[in-house]
Design a protein. Sequence first.
Length: 283
Amino acid sequence: MSPLPPLGAHESVAGGLHLALERGADISCEALQIFVKNASQWQAKPLTEGAVETWSDAWERSPIGPVVAHASYLINLATSDPQNRDKSRRALVDELRRCAALGLDGLVVHPGAHLGAGEQAGIDRIAESLAAVLAEVPDDTPPILLENTAGQGTVLGHRLEQLAGMRQASGVPSRIGFCLDTCHAFAAGYSVHTKDGLREFLDEVDALLGLDAVGCLHLNDSQKPFDSRRDRHANLGDGEIGLDAFHRLIELPELAEVPMILETPLGDEHEGHRRDLERLRAG
């Protein structure tokens, strides 16, 4: 079997950003995802030099390689409300600056919901927002990684064509990559649970987005059935996608260097990520 890609999980930064590295290493993560601020609040205290130094020292000593951040869930780049759009843009600029200070590999962002304005209007606003945000930060800032979605309500990004349109219309496509979530793809009607369906999905990703633009994957099984348009994560092998699909995915040579991150339930004993990593590596 070929070497597996860097496997990891989203870990808590409670008590300090650097503690996420310790928590990840404790369950044998080789990659990591974190929040760089409270994901449910607009404002956060600035990063101190001490916090950045502590993070850098801990990362240098850690067995963990790639680290990405996930942006706040409050951000909606598609909204037509000027106040919320401005708040979303300012929040995203702040998170990108935090990622740059920490030396992270990318910032995963949910594109947003058009809230009744229509799909094309929403895509246009997302593209405008991406351009405005990236104009505020240096070119060497970690890339924005637009995440595919399940397509609940008016949320955009559940079709690969939508993601491609957002990036292209932004005018800065080289600074925008993608994060692919297996649960979201499955819920949106992509047959990633079958061998042929996974191949078709990745071929479409390559044609529309480019596999080289995929900065990370989220490995999540789905509580809800195929094409449900509902985003409910399950532990690997406990949902509708099934464990075999994840074994096929991590063995694909074209994804061998892409970090793959768990966002699965932790369970009552907070051992969900450890068990899922063990299931993945068991083959």
